[in-house]
Write a protein that binds this ligand. Structure first.
Ligand SMILES: Nc1nc2c(c(=O)[nH]1)N[C@H]1C(S)=C(S)[C@@H](COP(=O)(O)OP(=O)(O)OC[C@H]3O[C@@H](n4cnc5c(=O)[nH]c(N)nc54)[C@H](O)[C@@H]3O)O[C@H]1N2
Ligand SMILES: Nc1nc2c(c(=O)[nH]1)N[C@H]1C(S)=C(S)[C@@H](COP(=O)(O)OP(=O)(O)OC[C@H]3O[C@@H](n4cnc5c(=O)[nH]c(N)nc54)[C@H](O)[C@@H]3O)O[C@H]1N2
Ligand SMILES: [Mo]
Length: 770
């Protein structure tokens, strides 16, 4: 990858988010990708009953939307899939893998859609065409020759449909392993591990309609203007109704300040906009745990004052008595916590915490949303449990207009987990799967993402199969991850577009091209729908509308069936019979997983059905049968604190986040418009006072080194320093360029998630001055 200095500029963005900028971008993008004209109709079918589910994000749909609901970044995702450019066998004949590796992620993405199954030829260092059946036989050959099934690992990115994912996990478990690393491990794992212990289910307790009833919405560590633009539409409506919106984020993200809705022409024509958040609480990175604990402590102080004054209690005594356990121990711990520690650890003043608490307790119906700013830290599970505690204090769960809302990323990441992409499956699930398909599933837990990389590094795992995604770039500690992939006998990637994961191998490798969700999936002449589950647990049907990018593509479901049939034979499960009609897979899901009764009938209804989490109805599937308050202390001994002891104020903490023009590792463009960055990706946002204190001039270039005590040197070179409104001691930069800085062993407690929003680093003057 080249590190020649980028030519771009930085200029503050003064317009509202959305607005003309967004619409103009939509138009430019459509023309550029040649999807204007006939294909423009695609947009009208997006997130509408009978259309396809937008591959952009997991934000839920308005079923009764009268106009089409599009958003700028959804358009980018659709246009990227609908591009007319093709990566054909002729393309691969012209480029060696070594040559392609030199291209940037942006360049690789621009080549377009993969058209043929390809196999790597070591002799020529090129990919050459292979027949589908031969590809499946090669996979079967490698899988069968492994000494044990744990020597293979099976990655899933969250775009796979419920049908493809269910068949995939069945294949892998019949093969004999629970090795299911998935993008969730790097994403909302802390939510999925944390919430079950407090409220019983690791999913949102709200529906979209609750946003209409909430009087207060708190948004923790999320940048919806870029990552969930349709959420801004909900927030706009809420703000106009008088709902109080609070952003808890080290950055005051533009889209949470002002938003001009592209769906409301009046706002567009007059150039007006709606103020979204009325309060910005700005903790330092990973300061949320202490901050939320402070919120809880202040709630108890206010409640004590109410008791003393004989006024209405601040906590919801009825809810706490009827529905919870662990309350006494929890408030004892809150009372014992020191304000000095809360302020020091959160980076938020006592006055600001008090002001925020006043807003929180004024709210009668409060929704708490959160994203990656909360989940990608060492203390993320504790933070999410603390948030759940504080919401429980005021009975803000399982009530109209109130609840917990983890905002998921990939459009079906939640559904994939529901149907069994889970390295720690429950006994219940395995028992039912074994009964329905008459086999003994493996019981021991499998590898998550970090575990899979470690196993490949150690040589314990020799086959990597990826159902979508870009494992080589999305994961931490890039050089070590690449070494891990190079240690494999076989690397298989099932993908729509070329990415770097297809270029990192020393043994055999296959790239298997597949259809995207926007494409018509014909099986035996019948168009198949697939199902997905969004962030509020609505399961709905998605039908592609577009002609597949190539006649040689296979659907993900058919590819999974092909691999399974070649590896395991079809005596026990007739894999191809399932792949010929996806409703048969849905019938199987119905037999194995509770909540999917009458799956085919219910999903045929417009809008689909709600997989209602028990916690929404105040049924608590925890050990105690109650919603459980959990006590956690502020962690006084962390790698960051140890690094700070050593390096003092030179030690900075870095978050790695998304720019406006990327979809995870897919780089669509080089602008981050709302943050005022144009034509640049190698930037580091820094507080001007920190920059001066560290002795750097404005606009200087720096190298970044992580501080970790395993003797491995981790560097990322040549980033432009950009002065930014960010708390002291904190830095911001984009992922995936900074993934080499994230140590593989730096993971969340009890979640195993790479701590990609809190990396201890040092800055130095760039060695390569450009
Ligand atoms: N266009 C587009 N849409 C996407 C994606 C994309 O890449 N592009 N990715 C999809 C996926 S998989 C996901 S998971 C989601 C991600 O969507 P988000 O959750 O919005 O993810 P990020 O952009 O990584 O960062 C979120 C925010 O966290 C804040 N933050 C960082 N550290 C902290 C902290 O310590 N505390 C607090 N309170 N805030 C912090 C950052 O300032 C930033 O505003 O979006 C999905 N949608
Ligand atoms: N430093 C740092 N690292 C992070 C994060 C961070 O914030 N900071 N975020 C993490 C998060 S939240 C996530 S979710 C992961 C994302 O990790 P992944 O899901 O692995 O990455 P993506 O970039 O979304 O994958 C893009 C590729 O998927 C393929 N693709 C697209 N659509 C389809 C499809 O329909 N079918 C198939 N089979 N393939 C398809 C294309 O080939 C494309 O190149 O990254 C994680 N890594
Ligand atoms: Mo994600």
């Amino acid at each position: 990858m080249s590190t020649t200095p980028e030519k771009g500029h930085v200029a503050p963005y003064t317009h509202p988010a959305g607005g003309w900028g967004a619409l103009k971008y939509v138009a430019v993008n459509l023309i550029k990708e040649k999807v204007a004209g006939g294909k423009y109709k695609l947009l009208f079918k997006q997130n509408q009953p009978d259309g396809f589910d937008c591959p952009g994000c997991a934000w839920p749909d308005r079923q009764h939307a009268s106009t089409f609901e599009f958003c700028e970044n959804g358009v980018k995702a659709v246009a990227a899939e609908a591009t007319s450019k093709r990566v054909t066998p002729a393309f691969f004949a012209q480029h060696t893998v070594t040559e392609l590796l030199k291209q940037s992620d942006y360049e690789l993405e621009q080549h377009g859609r993969l058209t043929h199954p390809m196999v790597y030829d070591k002799q020529t260092d090129k990919y050459v065409p292979i027949a589908w059946n031969d590809a499946f036989q090669l996979i079967a050959h490698h899988l069968k020759k492994q000494p044990n099934p744990d020597a293979a690992t099976f990655y899933t990115s969250g775009r796979a449909s419920n049908e493809a994912a269910f068949l995939f996990q069945l294949f892998v478990r019949m093969y004999g392993t629970n090795n299911f690393p998935d993008c969730s491990n790097m994403c909302h794992e802390a939510t999925s591990r944390g919430l079950p212990l407090t409220v019983g289910v690791g999913k949102a307790t709200v529906l979209l309609d609750d946003f209409e009833h909430a009087d207060t919405i708190m948004i923790f560590g999320q940048n919806p203007a870029t990552n969930h633009p349709r959420m801004l539409g909900e927030l706009r409506e809420a703000a106009r109704r008088g709902t109080t919106i609070v952003s808890i984020n080290p950055l005051k993200e533009r889209g949470l300040q002002r938003f001009a809705s592209p769906q409301h022409p009046a706002e567009m024509l007059t150039g007006s906009s709606t103020q979204i958040a009325s309060m910005f609480v700005t903790p330092k990175l990973a300061g949320d745990f202490a901050l939320i604990k402070g919120l809880g402590k202040r709630v108890i102080e206010l409640d004590d004052a109410a008791i003393a004054a004989g006024t209405k209690r601040v906590i919801d005594v009825d809810f706490i008595e009827a529905h919870t356990s662990g309350f006494d121990a929890f408030i004892d711990d809150l009372r014992a916590e020191s304000w000095a520690d809360i302020v020091a650890e959160s980076g938020v003043s006592r006055e600001d915490i008090d002001a925020w608490t006043d807003v929180y307790v004024k709210g009668e119906r409060v929704i708490a949303c959160w994203g990656m700013g909360i989940t990608q830290h060492k203390n993320s599970v504790a933070t999410i449990q603390m948030l759940s505690n504080v919401m429980m204090l005021r009975g803000n769960i399982g009530r109209t207009g109130a609840g917990l809302m983890p905002v998921r990323g990939h459009s079906n990441v939640q559904g994939d987990r529901t149907v069994g992409i889970e390295e720690q499956p429950s006994e219940d699930f395995l028992n039912r799967l074994g009964q329905v398909f008459d086999f003994e599933p493996p019981r021991h837990h499998g590898q998550d993402v970090v575990g899979a990389i470690q196993a490949m590094l150690d040589g314990r795992t020799k086959v990597f199969i990826g159902l979508g995604g870009n494992f080589a770039m999305a994961t931490p500690d890039t050089p070590r991850t690449w070494q891990a992939l190079r240690n494999c006998d076989l690397v298989v990637n099932i993908a729509t577009k070329l990415n770097r994961s297809h270029l990192i191998m020393d043994g055999d490798a296959l790239v298997l091209p597949t259809m995207g969700r926007t494409e018509i999936d014909l099986q035996e002449g019948v168009a198949q729908g697939v199902t997905v589950e969004d962030s509020v647990c609505m399961v709905h049907m998605s039908y592609g509308m577009n002609k597949p990018a190539s006649p040689d593509l296979m659907s993900e479901t058919a590819i999974v069936a092909g691999m399974a049939a070649a590896t395991l034979g079809s005596a026990k499960v007739d894999w191809k019979w399932y792949a010929r009609d996806y409703s048969r897979i849905r019938d199987a899901i119905e037999k194995v997983i509770p909540g999917f009764e009458d799956y085919n009938e219910r999903v045929a209804q417009p809008g689909g059905f709600h997989l209602t989490p028990a916690s929404r109805n105040r049924i608590w599937r925890t050990d105690s049968g109650k919603a459980t308050f959990l006590v956690h202390a502020i962690d006084k001994d962390t790698p960051i604190k140890r690094a700070r002891e050593k390096y003092g104020k030179d030690l900075m903490v870095m978050m790695t986040t998304r720019s406006h023009d990327q979809y995870n590792t897919t780089i669509y463009g080089l602008d981050d418009r709302y943050r005022g960055v144009f034509g640049l990706r190698r930037v580091v946002f820094i507080n001007a006072a920190d920059r001066e204190r560290l002795g750097f001039a404005a606009g200087e270039r720096v190298d970044v080194t992580s501080v970790w005590d395993d003797g491995i040197e981790r560097h990322a070179q040549d980033f432009l320093l950009v002065d930014y409104d960010i708390p002291a001691g904190c830095l911001g930069a984009y992922y995936p360029e900074t993934n080499p800085l994230v140590p593989l062993e730096s993971i969340g407690d009890r979640s195993g998630t790479p701590t990609s929003k809190s990396i201890p680093v040092l800055l130095s003057r760039a060695a390569l001055q450009g």
